[in-house]
Ligand binder design. Structure first.
Ligand SMILES: [Fe+2]
Length: 361
């Protein structure tokens, strides 16, 4: 047995942890990347107040599944204004976008060339502080960013050590205003991260501990948080689970459920968490037959329990519900991200994916 584990991100966790932001900022000019919406504007005000005389430029045009165009736009602002640091406040889309802006502004490449053309980045980007407002993506502690090309309907993940945020400020209070649907979606994403970390080739003792703990927490709290949005204990637990699952995938990557999920999002508009949860029980069954470790895990958290949980939190569990028909299969199969699929503990062929998709038609 041999393995390594790397996580350079400093993590500050707990209700009210935003008050610790100032002590981690060392810059005169900052780009603050965020999305639109009342609650975020309140937090931006708080950040401005806390950071006093630091010059803050706000970029708030990030949408779900951020595009390469918005990344270039943000990087240009960084250059023009001479920003020395980036703060990303929002869900996974915002944090991913912030990571890439901070990186490409220094490396002077176009986002499209980097994400879709395989152009390399070598220099360390500007320091990034990630402040998640959902509990699911784990992007605050990963070296990944997922970017879309809306015209060509492409969505691709990139991995680079340089993309690890410098600091993650995880304040569960920010997740309190999430509606049940978003709570369910992001929670399912975190659960997909935890399970996929367990069945990747790179799984190892530390990532297994992190992932198993996250799975347990999500099973115990996701339904509660969806039904009682004000239940701060459940919210706090889910923020923790999302963080632990993010730490696990930061070192293992994800697997088949993610690999197959991307075309559901690009072609059928399925939110990322639900796009992953669609095939998660079937991927689990597939791997349980091929791995003693996964088989043991299914004794506790089997595919039936997964399906039950997803129904309870009103996620869509069949392809028909999200508008995918039998004749769409080739489109889905062509959109599977091969490099992610290959991370799986057992080889999964095209015909295996067809079988999985047929089971959930
Ligand atoms: Fe994910």
């Amino acid at each position: 047995m041999g393995w390594e584990f790397q996580l350079p991100t400093k993590i500050i966790f707990g209700r009210g942890s935003l008050t610790r932001l100032g002590e981690n900022v060392n810059a005169k000019k900052i780009l603050l990347v965020t999305g639109k919406g009342g609650f975020r504007e309140q937090v931006v005000k708080k950040i401005r107040k806390q950071l006093g005389n630091i010059e803050i430029t706000v970029y708030d045009r990030i949408e779900p599944n951020p595009t390469y165009q918005s990344i270039d736009e943000g990087a240009e602002i960084i250059e023009k204004n001479g920003c020395e640091m980036v703060i990303a406040l929002g869900g996974g889309s915002t944090i991913d976008a912030g990571k890439l802006m901070a990186s490409i502004a220094v490396n002077k490449v176009k986002a499209y060339d980097y994400v879709f053309e395989g152009k390399k980045i070598e220099k360390k980007g500007l320091p990034l502080i990630a402040i998640p407002t959902t509990a699911g993506t784990g992007s605050e502690v990963t070296p990944f960013a997922v970017i879309s090309d809306k015209e060509k309907k492409l969505k691709a993940p990139v991995r680079n050590r340089q993309l690890f945020p410098k600091v993650a400020v995880v304040d569960p209070e920010f997740t309190a205003s999430m509606p049940a649907e978003l709570t369910a979606n992001t929670g399912a994403d975190a659960l997909a991260h935890a399970l996929e970390a367990l069945w990747t080739k790179k799984a190892q003792p530390i990532t297994d501990y992190l992932a198993l703990r996250a799975v347990k927490i999500i099973f115990e709290n996701l339904k509660k948080a969806c039904e009682e949005p004000q239940n701060m204990e459940a919210r706090e637990e889910l923020s923790l689970a999302s963080l632990l699952a993010g730490m696990a995938i930061s070192n293992t990557g994800t697997g088949p459920a993610h690999a197959i999920s991307y075309p559901f999002t690009t072609h059928f508009g399925v939110p990322h968490g639900n796009a992953c949860s669609l095939t998660l029980p079937e991927v689990m069954e597939f791997n349980a037959l091929r791995s003693e470790k996964i088989n043991r895990i299914t004794q506790l958290y089997g595919p039936e329990r997964l399906r039950e949980l997803f129904k309870e939190v009103r996620l869509k569990t069949r392809l028909g519900e999200v508008g995918v028909k039998k004749e769409d299969m080739p489109l889905i199969l062509d959109g599977v991200v091969k490099s992610t699929l290959e991370m799986n503990i057992a080889e999964m062929k095209r015909e295996d994916i067809v079988e999985i998709l047929n089971k959930i038609l």
